[in-house]
Design a protein around this ligand. Sequence first.
Ligand SMILES: [Zn+2]
Length: 315
Amino acid sequence: MILKKRNTPRDLVIQRSLSIRLKVKSNEQEFHLRNIQSGIDGEKAFDQWVATHIPEQFPHVQDIRFTQNGSTLQIDSIIITPENLFLFEIKNYQGTFEFQDHKLYTEKQKEINNPNTQLERTASLLRQWLTKRNIPHPPIQPYVIFINPHFYLYTTRKEAANFIFSNQLHAFARKLEKMNRHITNSHLELANQLILNHLHESPYDKTPDHPPEDYKKGFYCKECYSFEVTLSRYYLYCEDCKEKEPIKSCLLRTIDEYQILFKGEFTTTDIYFWCNQQVSKATIRRILSSTMIKEGKYRASVYKPSTNNFAHRDQ
Ligand SMILES: [Zn+2]
């Protein structure tokens, strides 16, 4: 049973916007975007697998972040059973990899972070976090899930003790099926505490430092990201993929995007130009006053950036 769903990571929203809107793009940015996208695709594939293979009674908490002793702890997925709190780090690596002296290398002999180190750190911080709050919990069992079937790792049994490869998921599901499924209030309370303390913002989130002139203005299609769109009174139509989106939803996501790309307060006029003057100021003002907190009392109101933007909405 899903108790908290995964949100679109803020970094993905930023990198996607940069890729769609920047007039001059760098290869490094595009590479970073592909990496984040691949990570989230892996996480979603695991969510899908859990939904179809893991007994419905077990609470499933997706994407949790909090701080412990000044360190930020981010967990891709947690499943609570009466016997274990399973903590999952999900990797969507593709290709052939190799362990040499506790170090992980790609096929081109490039060293990448050892997932075991990250897993141990996360499990230890979670244990400390729960102990500090006197939250009862079953023993923590951490795993790295290599979700991609096109991943191969040369390693030892010891090094891979906490790894689950895609072709081992079936056996793992069978193990969970045999477990006691009696979920009590204390298990639900444990999940609830994790969710209540989840931090929406990451201390590592950065706002890009491009000025507005660097960006293409206007609306783009939410499905294919094309700027070849036409607006009617109520809808935005994509000329390329024929997607149709209500103007209100399109305007909201465009305002959200503005807030995530620029720091600080903004006005109706800022949004008017960001939308390439394609929607009237009156319409923008109406949307802003119904969804945002105003800073000023007068006509030239400025609006505060909201934390409740689409980076944090469920997908
Ligand atoms: Zn489209």
